[in-house]
Design a protein around this ligand. Structure first.
Ligand SMILES: Cc1ncc(COP(=O)(O)O)c(C=O)c1O
Length: 435
């Protein structure tokens, strides 16, 4: 199996990638991009992270960069580059020539190539990838597809994503499985402490550990690989929520050592809104029941999870173009740039009185997401001021033991925008201190 996977990855890597050249803008942009790429080719991803000339070429690929509002909630959902938007529009026009023919006969043939591209990006076999609409759907497929008996135990945390917590709680309520939730006080700069907490909660009835790869509220990177190694020793399977890691952190899914991985593609990959992916280790596919029923529910064909009914083929096909754009930058370069942008603003606001961060600034523990708070103000108040006075879009977060404003830049974010954020936070903090 591992050998097949390696062969596939090698073969596909040789194929390379480029933008689709379907408009004058794209032709010009691709040429600019090639020059920019050539100029930084000899530099490490860390060095390129601070090269504004290079990143300005990337920024031009996004229409969001000309938005009058500064968008710093890319953790919620990210915009697509123009090439992706145009691809979806093209496919949509084609579909509307006659949906039943162009969707089911023509565009449907693009699904396997998209699966192959996703597999190459994820470092998996195509036959381990199901394409769906978002992380909620991917993870519910696993959560409801697992055979668990009354009394079987699942370990998660209070800081996991609400849709996922609800899914496990519903199984507990309906079938009597035991859903235990740990609680972490983030930021934590000690992987072993996190692994120990999960391990302490294990009993002979524990069947599943559910881990959020990057905690959406504050951006903590969880030590998934170490948790999986520990779980394996106990014969426990691991489900990973990769909503905020896939397309941002530079990793291959099999290297995590998990059994199941669900993600949205409309966050850091910048694929069209309404795209997601489920990965299941080949030998585990057969035992997972599809959420949306299929005629062969116990088949080991990953496609059994794609009986979604009629859905948007143009959106699904747009994934391919988003992967082209992502690959043209390169995974590690993107990760380092977004981390650099987070540190750029976060280190500066720490000097203001009453301003606190909910996120570690060490690269091992965070990348793009960072939580910030101002003493004496609720997250809603800070977020409201950022929007009303400075036209900066962020996300107020109050959840369990977490209270902060979540700020998430993306590759199209400029330093100038972050300078405005820093100034805004400084002014809001100073006003609060005066009041
Ligand atoms: C950690 C995490 N998991 C799952 C989801 C669900 O993603 P979606 O709404 O795309 O299904 C989110 C959404 O923000 C998330 O942050």
């Amino acid at each position: 199996m591992a050998h097949n996977r390696r062969d596939f990855v090698k073969k596909m890597a040789a194929a390379g990638s480029a933008f689709s050249l379907n408009s004058l803008f794209n032709v010009t942009h691709a040429a600019d991009f090639a020059v920019a790429n050539q100029r930084v080719q000899h530099l490490s991803p860390l060095e390129v992270a601070t090269d504004e000339t290079y990143w300005s070429t990337i920024q031009q690929g996004y229409t969001a960069s000309s938005s009058s509002i500064i968008i710093l909630n890319n953790g919620g959902v990210s915009p697509s580059p123009l090439v992706v938007q145009q691809a979806v529009e093209r496919y949509n026009q084609m579909v509307n020539q006659g949906p039943s023919y162009y969707m089911w006969r023509i565009l449907d043939q693009g699904r396997e190539p998209v699966r192959e591209k996703l597999a190459l990006l994820a470092g998996t076999l195509p036959d381990e990838i199901a394409i769906n609409r978002n992380a909620t759907e991917a993870l519910n497929t696993v959560i409801y597809g697992l055979d668990l008996a009354k009394g079987d135990e699942v370990i998660g945390t209070l800081q996991d994503y609400p849709n996922i917590i609800q899914a496990w709680r519903q199984r507990a309520q309906r079938e009597g499985i035991v859903y235990k939730q740990l609680s972490f006080n983030f930021p934590i700069e000690d992987d072993e402490q996190i692994v120990r907490e999960y391990e302490k909660a294990i009993t002979p009835r524990t069947k599943i550990i559910h881990v959020t790869h990057v905690i959406n509220w504050v951006g903590q990177i969880m030590p998934v690989q170490k948790i999986c190694q520990m779980a394996k020793k106990h014969g426990i399977e691991v489900v990973v929520d990769g909503a905020h890691s896939f397309g941002l952190l530079d990793f291959k899914i099999p290297d995590l050592g998990c059994d199941y991985f669900g993600t949205s593609l409309h966050k850091f990959l910048s694929a069209p809104v309404g795209t997601g992916m489920l990965w299941i280790k080949k030998e585990k596919i057969a035992k997972i029941w599809p959420l949306l029923c299929n005629s062969q529910p116990k088949s080991d064909d990953i496609r059994k999870f794609e009986t979604l009914g009629t859905r948007s083929f143009p959106i699904e096909q747009g994934i391919g173009e988003a992967i082209n754009f992502h690959n043209a930058i390169g995974g590690k370069r993107k990760e380092e740039r977004v981390r650099f942008l987070k540190n750029y603003w976060a280190e500066k606001v720490l000097k203001f009185p009453g301003v606190k961060l909910s996120t570690s600034l060490k690269s091992q523990f965070s990348c793009g997401i960072c939580g910030v708070s101002i003493d004496g103000m609720t997250p809603g108040e800070v977020e409201g001021k950022l929007m009303a006075k400075y036209k900066i879009n962020t996300s107020p977060t109050v959840w369990e033991n977490i209270s902060c404003v979540r700020v998430t830049p993306h590759v199209y974010t400029t330093r100038a925008e972050l300078d405005k954020l820093v100034k805004a936070i400084g002014e809001i903090a100073a006003d609060k201190k005066k009041s």
